[in-house]
Design a protein around this ligand. Structure first.
Ligand SMILES: NC(=O)c1ccc[n+]([C@@H]2O[C@H](COP(=O)([O-])OP(=O)(O)OC[C@H]3O[C@@H](n4cnc5c(N)ncnc54)[C@H](OP(=O)(O)O)[C@@H]3O)[C@@H](O)[C@H]2O)c1
Length: 246
């Protein structure tokens, strides 16, 4: 069985997701910027689950290195079963309105880099004619809201990219899963989102992702009730929506 490449393996949601994979004895390649932290995660997984884990440096913004990075992963791991993109950036909306560098960081991390690395992954899986590509988008991409529309627009771009990729790779038998979490209790939301019954645990989201991959789902809202919340939010006419404070 091939390995699963986890891009952004130090993210809170990824840390839980790799435990789900490891418990099923999947071979893992953990990629990210923080090699020390990746080593720690690797050692923990190897001790707990007696599986083969490797780590690899990956900076989402080093676009020119993406092809070389991916080729090395394929050579070192033999074959890939799937790629899961789990990194992301969310800056303060108000500050991003005043500072284009912050807006650009979100665009480049959440969207541009995803197109760069997933184009490469797609070419690989299309030739292989099996496997999966999964990316964590967000419910924030379903409708632009004044409180979070710059981040939201980067996720909307990612969602549409994944939709097209799914359409392209269907014929090759490659599953493309878009994950749309609601609010999750992670580093990203710490101090930003108030404690709420809507705040999900990263473990719950990780379990949903693993089950979504097994069922070869196309789009996964997690927790599930976000599909209903977003359906209602999307149905509100623009004339009314623009007056709201959501
Ligand atoms: N938390 C939520 O409520 C929520 C809701 C919907 C969607 N999401 C999405 O879910 C995904 C995971 O979120 P999270 O909350 O688990 O995130 P998190 O704990 O805040 O972690 C963010 C991750 O992104 C990585 N990253 C940032 N810039 C990078 C770059 N240039 N190159 C490589 N890695 C980079 C960070 O790496 P370092 O460790 O090196 O900093 C870190 O691993 C993200 O795509 C996020 O947008 C989250």
């Amino acid at each position: 069985m091939g390995a699963i490449l986890v891009l952004g393996a130090t993210s809170t949601i990824a840390r839980e997701t790799v435990h789900q994979f490891a418990a099923e004895r999947k071979k893992l390649v953990l990629a990210g910027r923080n090699m020390e932290e990746l080593e720690r995660i690797k050692q923990d997984l190897e001790v707990r689950y007696q599986i083969q884990v490797s780590v690899k440096a990956f900076d989402a913004l080093a676009f020119e290195q993406h092809q070389g990075f991916f080729d090395e992963v394929v050579v070192e791991s033999g074959e890939l079963e799937g790629v899961i993109l789990m990194y992301g950036a969310m800056e303060d909306q108000k500050e991003s309105e005043q500072d284009f560098d912050l807006s650009r960081k979100m665009i480049d991390v959440n969207y541009t880099s995803a197109v760069s690395i997933l184009n490469i992954a797609a070419n690989y899986f299309e030739k292989q004619r099996r496997g999966f590509i999964c990316a964590v988008s967000s419910v924030a991409g379903d409708r632009g809201r004044k409180s979070n529309y710059i981040y939201g627009s980067t996720k909307a771009g990612l969602t549409v990219y994944m939709q097209g990729l799914r359409n392209r790779l269907h014929e090759a038998g490659v599953n493309v899963l878009t994950v749309k979490p609601g609010m999750v209790d992670t580093k990203m939301t710490y101090g930003v989102v108030d404690d709420s019954f809507l705040l999900a645990s990263p473990k719950k989201v990780a379990k949903d992702i693993n089950s979504g991959l097994k069922k070869k789902r196309d789009v996964l809202y997690t927790p599930w009730f976000w599909i209903i919340i977003m359906l209602i939010i999307k149905l509100i006419p623009e004339k009314i929506f623009k007056r709201t404070d959501i």
